[in-house]
Design a protein around this ligand. Structure first.
Ligand code: G1P
Length: 294
């Protein structure tokens, strides 16, 4: 059985983007021509999600409105005769079956996932952190779903990072079973460089069995005094096997202002209409700054 439900956490404060996120959800920041969360919903729908569960919170109304039908806007565009935009706006409202659960306190990623327990129920689910984007966006979850089907066990996306970056991620210890696949033997959230068991970092894509909820219910706050998903997964590992898939291709972290700028540039360069002009523009900026430096 492939997972039919997907959870997308979007209830955090977005502190790395303050003051912008004081009155606007981080998930609604644009990445070229769509808000960040649009990419995540699109990705899980393409991977077969029949129900998307967005973990929302106070101040996130804009996310709900974005995926809703806006009859006034549609009427306006219809009267204006702008059929192309009208089509875009309508498509958005029909994109997915979405329901929202509220995370009433920001107690960490593990807590956010736990908030979705009742809606997910007793079945496996995809978990997508919208800040993390991949060059091969569609392939990652598809490949993970294949591994899930084969082993009937949770699967995490991982990527090798530089040693000075391990303290930013959940890190796994694992043995390779071939074809970019690993069997996980341990996990630790944001370890110090000298304590990291490897440089294989968890990358914001998970397919999880529902038993993770029971483990998260018994997980105490860990790194950053938050209820960490990684700690819940370590508990799960004593009951069930966990596998990891090493993602290929580029990765973008839109969760920090610098990462967001880099992701914007990378995706804009790949955009079929904007790409060529952006490339020329960047070249001209770089040559101006080089001659300034001379
Ligand atoms: C979260 C997870 C971490 C994972 C990371 C991927 O951390 O807790 O295990 O490696 O996402 O982006 P955060 O970025 O919320 O600090």
């Amino acid at each position: 059985m492939r997972p039919r439900k997907a959870v997308i956490p979007a209830g955090g404060w977005g502190t790395r983007f303050l003051p912008t996120t004081k009155s606007q959800p981080k998930e609604m920041l644009p990445l070229v021509d769509r808000p960040i969360i649009h990419y995540a919903v699109e990705e899980v729908v393409r991977c077969g999600a029949e129900l998307v569960v967005i973990v929302s919170s106070l101040g996130k109304r804009a996310v709900e409105d974005y995926f809703d039908k806006n009859a006034d806007l549609e009427l306006f565009l219809e009267r204006k005769g702008d059929t192309s935009l009208l089509h875009k706006v309508r498509q958005l409202a029909d994109m997915a079956d979405i329901c929202y659960v509220r995370q009433k306190e920001q107690l960490g990623l593990g807590h956010a996932v736990l908030t979705a327990k009742q809606v997910v129920g007793n079945e496996p689910f995809m978990l997508v952190l919208p800040d993390d984007l991949f060059e091969q966006q569609e392939r990652v979850l598809q490949r993970m779903a294949d591994i899930f089907e084969q082993h009937q066990a949770s699967v995490l996306a991982v990527r090798r990072v530089n040693e000075d970056q391990v303290s930013r991620y959940g890190i796994i210890e694992a043995s390779s079973i071939g074809d970019r696949t690993y069997r996980v033997t341990s996990l630790v959230e944001k370890p110090k460089r000298e304590e990291a068991p490897s440089n294989l970092a968890i990358m914001g894509r998970y397919i999880l069995t529902p038993q993770v909820f029971e483990e998260l219910e018994n997980t105490s706050p860990g790194a950053g005094k938050e209820i960490q998903l990684t700690d819940g997964l370590r508990r799960l590992l004593s009951r069930q096997a966990i596998y990891a898939y090493e993602v290929e291709g580029d990765y973008y972290d839109a969760g920090t202002p610098l990462g967001w700028i880099k992701a914007t540039i990378a995706l804009a360069l790949k955009h079929p209409e904007m790409g060529p002009e952006i490339r020329e523009y960047l070249k001209s900026l770089v040559s101006v700054s080089r001659s300034d430096a001379c």
